[in-house]
Design a protein around this ligand. Structure first.
Ligand code: AR6
Length: 183
């Protein structure tokens, strides 16, 4: 059974095939969840990000790339870049959807069973949380309906506000083909 897990906590402690990082286009690290992943994962992650930069010059908004996870309990890190919220008229919604979709596509290509997402763009990038959660849940649900390898998605909410938004949204959008745990 395909499963969505809702968790409040720190994504760096998740033991899944891949955790997703809310990175920036430079792939060189930063604050928030990106800072935590690089700090706890160790130098190996940054070294591989630098190799990706040397090959393709970073990562565009909405795209995703992959490294191993260094010292973290997860196996891999999928680095994606969400949009910076401007006024809602700069394709922010589509770009956030792309970030989720391209991360999921990479997971499926790699035959990953489980993948954990933070609340991309809702920190430093200031994307409105309710709108971001709706995009995340819809994109993940649509993906799970047709995925073969990727079966388990974890939404890891760091702050209580995001957790409650997801709780409400997932309760309202229960379906018979995908189970939701953690509500
Ligand atoms: N585990 C899970 N979620 C976390 C963690 C954690 N350890 N730490 C923070 N969050 P942000 P963005 C949540 O700012 O908005 C970086 O500097 C946080 O509460 O990390 O996409 C990058 O380098 C929020 O809900 O990412 C970029 O420059 C969510 O993660 C820029 O920030 C995203 O907040 C990206 O901004």
């Amino acid at each position: 059974m395909k499963t969505i897990h809702l968790i409040q906590g720190d994504i760096t402690t998740q033991k899944v095939d891949a955790i997703v990082n809310a990175a920036n286009t430079s792939l060189l690290g930063g604050g928030g969840v990106d800072g935590a992943i690089h700090r706890k994962g160790g130098a190996e992650i940054l070294e591989q990000c630098q190799e990706i930069r040397a090959k393709q010059g970073g990562c565009s908004v909405g795209e995703a790339v992959m490294t191993t996870a260094g010292q973290l309990p997860a196996e891999y890190v999928i680095h994606t870049v969400g949009p910076i919220w401007q006024d809602g008229q700069a394709h922010e919604e589509n770009l956030l959807k792309n970030a989720y979709q391209n991360s999921l596509k990479l997971a499926e290509q790699q035959h990953f069973n489980s993948i954990a997402f933070p609340n991309i763009s809702t920190g430093v990038y200031r994307f409105p949380k309710v709108q971001a959660a709706a995009i995340a849940v819809e994109t993940v649900r649509d993906f799970l309906k047709q995925s073969t390898h990727t079966q388990e998605i974890y939404f890891v909410c760091f702050d209580k506000e995001n957790f409650q938004i997801y709780q409400h949204l997932l309760e309202q959008t229960q379906s018979h083909d995908i189970q939701v745990l953690g509500l």
